[in-house]
Write a protein of this length. Structure first.
Ligand SMILES: CCCCC/C=C/C(=O)SCCNC(=O)CCNC(=O)[C@H](O)C(C)(C)COP(=O)(O)OP(=O)(O)OC[C@H]1O[C@@H](n2cnc3c(N)ncnc32)[C@H](O)[C@@H]1OP(=O)(O)O
Ligand code: NDP
Length: 281
């Protein structure tokens, strides 16, 4: 077992280099810690140097190998440079976790042109920029694995029209690029988290937090997901255990996306809510 109580073999990613975009906080940081604990050399990127510095310190403190690069994934040239940096420092990239992203809750009719563009540029174009640059610089010749982080937008995404559209597009890109790049030995998958308790949620306006707390219980586990639960799925899809999986999107949402308002009757549970084993002391 690794320091993070992982069920995976401690040397699973020995000699592998992993890039986690948005690895300075939340899900990305948890994933970066997990890959580092399993033997990988991890690169993390984001827009904020201080956030990255704190993450590097945390991973070094756990004995992991990590490098950070300031990079806005919306900037194509910066993303190409990021791939060059990985090449200069580590020689190759094996795994890309496309996690950087964000949005703000707002009714569709109020979203400004710049607000719409910022969210599409970040979550769709930025995600594509990183995949394309990783393929051209690294994966084309030696193969690799990509896991994109999207969201639960299967029934539309009220108050999140911009990100719902962008994430649905990335779901489709995942399938398209799995087809185009399979012959190069590249697997492309995605995870679709439901509502996960991360530091990212705290960036939202306090006025919408009660709504998020309530929505976080609308699933079969009757609670929000944890960072560890998403990281475990990212690790699995990036690992050789998923060698026969490509073009797939794994929903990590406690059943939120299939939640039926009429069941259970009167909201009664037979068993207590599922616990996250990783979070138990
Ligand atoms: C039911 C809830 C389900 C929750 C499931 C999902 C959860 C998560 O994803 S957790 C959190 C992930 N982290 C974040 O979302 C935080 C990071 N967010 C962002 O960085 C921004 O949302 C961003 C994508 C817009 C960042 O772009 P950036 O270019 O840095 O942003 P600017 O500040 O320059 O703004 C550009 C544009 O967007 C408008 N805008 C930004 N925030 C809001 C807001 N809260 N409400 C309305 N409009 C917003 C901003 O005003 C700018 O437009 P103009 O005003 O027209 O210039
Ligand atoms: N928490 C949840 O319930 C859910 C989260 N998600 C998605 O999971 C991912 C991680 O979210 P979470 O950990 O919760 O939130 P965080 O806000 O903690 O993580 C987002 C990370 O992305 C980085 N980032 C944002 N924009 C850019 C950019 N343009 N270029 C480079 N890096 C960027 C941020 O760093 P910086 O600001 O320094 O650039 C930050 O480290 C996001 O894509 C999020 O939308 C999806 C479904 C549910």
């Amino acid at each position: 077992m690794s320091a993070l109580n992982s069920i995976f073999s401690p040397a699973l990613f020995k000699d592998k280099n992993v890039l986690v975009t948005g690895g300075g906080s939340g899900l990305g940081l948890r994933a970066a810690r997990e890959f580092a604990a399993l033997g990988a050399t991890v690169f993390i990127c984001g827009r904020t140097q201080e956030k990255l510095d704190r993450a590097v310190k945390a991973i070094h403190g756990e004995g992991g190998r990590v490098e950070s690069v300031v990079c806005d994934i919306r900037d194509r040239d910066a993303v190409v440079e990021l791939m060059q940096t990985v090449s200069d420092q580590a020689g190759k990239l094996d795994i890309l976790i496309n996690n950087a992203g964000g949005q703000f809750p707002a009714p569709a009719e109020t979203i400004s042109a710049k607000g719409w563009q910022a969210v599409i540029d970040t979550n769709l174009t930025g995600t594509f920029n990183v995949m394309q640059a990783a393929f051209n610089k690294h994966f084309r010749k030696k193969g690799g694995a990509v896991v994109n982080v999207i969201a639960d937008m299967w029934q539309g995404f009220p108050m999140m029209a911009h990100t719902g559209a962008a994430r649905a597009a990335v779901d489709n890109l995942t399938k398209t690029l799995a087809n185009e790049w399979g012959r190069h030995g590249v697997r492309v998958n995605a995870v679709a988290p439901g509502i996960i308790r991360t530091s990212g949620l705290e960036t939202y306006d306090p006025a919408v937090r009660p709504m998020i707390e309530e929505a976080g219980k609308q699933n079969q586990a009757a609670r929000m997901g944890t960072e560890a639960e998403v990281a475990a799925a990212l690790v699995f899809l990036a690992s050789p255990a998923a060698a026969y999986i490509t073009g797939a999107t794994l929903r990590i949402d406690g059943g939120q996306s299939i939640f039926h308002p009429l069941y259970p009757p009167n909201g009664e549970r037979v068993w207590p809510a599922f616990d996250d084993e990783n979070e138990k002391p």
